[in-house]
Design a protein around this ligand. Sequence first.
Ligand SMILES: [Zn+2]
Length: 65
Amino acid sequence: MDDNDPDQPKICIYPGCERPAVPPHPMGGPQPAFCDLEDHNALSAHLERKRLAAAASNEEGNDGR
Ligand SMILES: [Zn+2]
């Protein structure tokens, strides 16, 4: 896996999202890490990761393993 390959389209880092990230602004600046969905931004991704982590730890607790 090589995340630094410039030939590979950047993928939205929102958990579970596999949409391509929006292209960099033509005037410059770093490419956004998220796709064009308004729901997908740093805050919502952070909350979703917390939610997934909480769900995962809940499953572990209920599973008893
Ligand atoms: Zn996304």
